[in-house]
Design a protein around this ligand. Structure first.
Ligand code: URA
Length: 299
C-alpha cells in the first residue's frame, strides 16, 4: 500500500518526466479524472506488452520503453493511463443552426456579447479563462478580424494584446489608425472568429470556425464598419467560405456578399513575426486598406 507521500513523489516524478518529453500545457479540452481511470486487467494468456502507451500534451500518444517511464503498477502510471471512456465527448452534432438563430436575435453589440458568452454550443468555453469579444471603437470604418485569442488575450480578455497584437498596432499606426481613437475614421474595431482560446493555442478547426461564423457575421453587421481586414487563414477561409489558403488570397479585394462589404485578406501578424520577409506584402495590403478608407473603390 503506497503512502500519500509516495503517491505524491511518484506523481511529481511522472510530471517531470512528461516535461522532459515536451508536454508544455497542463490542460486538455476536457478535465479527466485520472484517479477514476482503472488500469486494464492483464489477460492471463495475453502476451506481455514491451512498451507502455503514454499520452503527452505535446507529443500525442507515444510508445515509450517501459524501462524509462513509471514502473507498471505505479500510482503515477495508473494516473496517466488514458481511459477512452473519459475521452472528450464529440462536439454537439448540429450547433450551427442554434448559433445562427441566437446571433440573428441580437440587436446590439452588448446583446450579441451576452448571447455569445452564454452560448454552450462549443466545448472551447470550458478550457478558456476569459471571453474575448472585441476591442476598439464600434463604428470604426475598419474592422480587423483575427483568428482566436492567444495566451495573453485569454488572460486579459481582449483581442490582440500579445506580441502579434503589438505588431498589429504598429501596422495600424503606419496607416494612421489607432484602436484607442474615438474618431471612427482614425480608429479600428478588432475581433476574432473565436471568442475562446483553444487549449494549447492550436489553430481552430474549420468546424469550430463554422460554429462561430453566424456570431461573427452579426458582429460585423452591428459594428457597422466600411471595410473588413481578414488577418490570416482562419478568418479568410471562414468569412469567404473557401479552402484556398491565405498566400493565394491575400492582397485581393473580395466583395463579401453576406455583409455587402469589401474584404481584404492579408497575413496574420503572428505569421509576419515568423516570416518577416513577407512584411513587404503586408505593407502593400495596408496601403490598399488606406486607399479604400480614403474613398478609393477597392473592388
Ligand atoms: N491572434 C489572433 O488571431 N487573435 C488574437 O486576438 C490574438 C492573436
Amino acid at each position: 500500500m503506497s503512502t500519500d507521500a509516495e503517491i505524491r513523489a511518484a506523481l511529481i516524478s511522472a510530471l517531470d518526466w512528461q516535461v522532459e518529453l515536451g508536454a508544455d500545457e497542463a490542460i486538455a479540452e476536457h478535465p479527466v479524472d485520472r484517479f477514476a481511470a482503472t488500469a486494464p486487467q492483464a489477460q492471463p494468456d495475453a502476451p506481455t506488452k514491451p512498451s507502455a502507451q503514454i499520452m503527452t500534451a505535446a507529443a500525442g500518444v507515444q510508445s515509450v520503453d517501459a524501462g524509462h517511464g513509471p514502473k507498471a503498477g505505479d500510482p503515477a502510471k495508473r494516473a496517466m493511463q488514458r481511459d477512452v471512456s473519459t475521452a472528450p465527448p464529440p462536439p454537439p452534432e448540429s450547433p450551427a443552426p442554434e448559433s445562427a438563430t441566437l446571433a440573428a436575435q441580437a440587436q446590439t453589440l452588448e446583446d450579441l456579447a451576452e448571447k455569445l458568452q452564454a452560448w454552450d454550443g462549443s466545448p472551447l468555453k470550458e478550457t478558456a479563462r476569459n471571453f474575448v469579444f472585441c476591442d476598439g471603437l464600434p463604428g470604426a470604418h475598419l474592422i480587423v478580424v483575427g483568428e482566436a485569442p492567444g495566451q495573453e488575450e485569454d488572460r486579459q480578455g481582449k483581442p490582440f494584446v500579445g506580441r502579434a497584437g503589438q505588431l498589429l498596432d504598429r501596422m495600424l499606426a503606419a496607416i494612421g489608425l489607432d484602436r484607442t481613437s474615438d474618431d471612427p475614421a482614425r480608429a479600428a474595431y478588432i475581433t476574432n472568429i473565436l471568442p475562446w482560446r483553444p487549449a494549447g493555442n492550436r489553430t481552430p478547426t474549420p468546424d469550430e470556425a463554422a460554429q462561430f461564423l453566424p456570431f461573427v457575421i452579426r458582429h460585423i453587421q452591428l459594428a457597422q464598419p466600411k471595410i473588413i481586414l481578414a488577418m490570416g487563414n482562419t478568418p479568410t477561409k471562414a468569412l469567404l467560405q473557401t479552402t484556398t489558403g491565405i498566400k493565394r488570397m491575400r492582397g485581393q479585394w473580395v466583395d463579401h456578399t453576406v455583409t455587402g462589404l469589401p474584404l481584404l485578406p492579408s497575413f496574420h501578424p503572428a505569421y509576419l513575426l515568423r516570416q518577416p520577409a513577407d512584411k513587404k506584402l503586408a505593407w502593400h495590403d495596408l496601403i490598399a486598406v488606406r486607399r479604400a478608407l480614403d474613398g478609393e473603390n477597392p473592388t
